[in-house]
Design a protein around this ligand. Structure first.
Ligand SMILES: [Fe+2]
Length: 379
């Protein structure tokens, strides 16, 4: 076992969570980048953010600078956002680059398919090429990419299963959605959050906190919830016996689903979706966005859209306070053995943590590395 202590797995009692270093250690963050965030399909951006040919959006995955680009033919490609010449990052903010991605340093230029088109004066004044250097042999380094509806995923190591297989359990749970009618109606940017990204995921897939943390923004009794652990899809769901509630609060049957490791989709019956983009930045830093969608082609007024944005802003802010304080609490020795997990409501959290442990162990690092201080290697 790489992180949690074996003694935590006592049959019949509550399980412990991951030890504090799984969230706070720079070493484990680096291992996570090499494993969890490289070998799986990681969500990096929304296709609607690069709607037109030439639109380019710099993003981050596993700490690496990547660039999502809409090509002339409308397809999306993802490249390492790094010039082949002096390894500058090419694009530093979302923009339309026209037909060429041009490095600001020495004006090396690449077309939207990543082919090197210009390296001005590289071989001397007015000359680009020389023996051993042919523009045609150089192109931006692509990343394995899959675009699923509005959602752009990458698999950095190139070895993950085909996306449809990887995400099959999530896709099956979304039956009935007419993706042809899926329409983004708003994007919330929460900026940086001072927490570990895994705490955001764990928070989302347990229904236990909803009644306490979101008492003013939601109206979904705990007793109507259940957890979901289904392959790479973890989460929870609530089937309300009757759909009531006051306007401005969430009071509908819902599905809170994730695709391991970082994709979050909320489905709110009968006709809305929300998708969170969670960007791990470091052990104690992440960024978060939320896109709001309608799924039945309904036309909402500006006031209705603003009301939804306000509701979701408040719900997320309530969660952010909790996950920042959980990160802070993990400075304490109290967190060394990972706290306690409810067998009724947090089995989904434990399943997520099991997957993290499995992936961290896959880098071949000795099992003792990353354990809590004082924990014997084979406890
Ligand atoms: Fe929450």
């Amino acid at each position: 076992m790489t992180i949690a202590k074996e003694k935590a797995r006592v049959a019949g009692g509550p399980q412990h969570g991951l030890t504090a270093d799984a969230y706070r250690s720079e070493d484990i963050w680096q291992r996570e980048c090499q494993t969890v965030l490289s070998k799986n399909w990681v969500f990096i951006g929304f296709a609607h953010q690069i709607a037109n040919p030439g639109d380019a959006n710099p993003v981050s995955c596993a700490g690496l600078p990547l660039l999502t680009v809409r090509g002339q033919d409308g397809s999306i490609q993802v490249f390492h956002n790094v010039c082949l010449h002096r390894c500058m990052t090419l694009v530093d903010k979302p923009k339309n680059v026209g037909k060429l991605i041009r490095c600001p340093y020495h004006a090396w230029a690449y077309d939207l398919e990543g082919r090197l088109r210009a390296a001005p004066h590289f071989a001397g004044t007015g000359k680009q090429e020389f023996d051993g250097f042919d523009l045609k042999e150089h192109r931006l380094k692509p990343v394995r990419t899959h675009v699923w509806h509005d959602w752009i995923f990458v698999n950095l190591d190139g070895n993950a299963p085909e996306f449809e297989d990887y995400a099959g359990s999530l896709i099956n749970r979304l039956e009935g959605i007419d993706y042809g009618k899926l329409e983004p109606i708003g994007l919330l940017d929460f900026g940086e959050i001072d927490t570990n990204w895994k705490l955001i995921m764990e928070n989302f897939i347990e229904p236990y906190h909803v009644q306490f943390v979101h008492s003013s923004t939601t109206d979904q009794p705990l007793e109507d919830h259940y957890t979901i652990t289904d392959g790479n899809c973890l989460g929870s769901a609530v089937d309300l016996k009757e759909e009531v509630g006051t306007s401005g609060s969430l009071a509908v049957s819902s599905r809170y689903l994730t695709l391991y490791p970082n994709f979050i989709l909320g489905r709110y019956f009968p006709d809305q979706l929300g998708v969170y983009l969670n960007v791990p930045v470091g052990p104690g830093k992440m960024r978060q966005y939320r896109a709001l969608y309608t799924t039945e082609g309904q036309k909402l007024s500006e006031e209705e859209i603003q009301g939804l944005k306000d509701l979701w802003w408040d719900v997320h802010k309530e969660d952010h306070e909790m996950v920042e304080r959980m990160y802070e609490g993990r400075k304490s020795p109290v967190a060394d053995d990972g706290g306690l997990l409810s067998p009724a409501w947090e089995d989904s959290v434990r399943a997520f943590q099991d997957m993290i442990e499995r992936d961290l162990a896959s880098d071949g690092t000795s099992p003792g590395t990353g354990m809590a201080a004082g924990a014997p290697a084979n406890a």
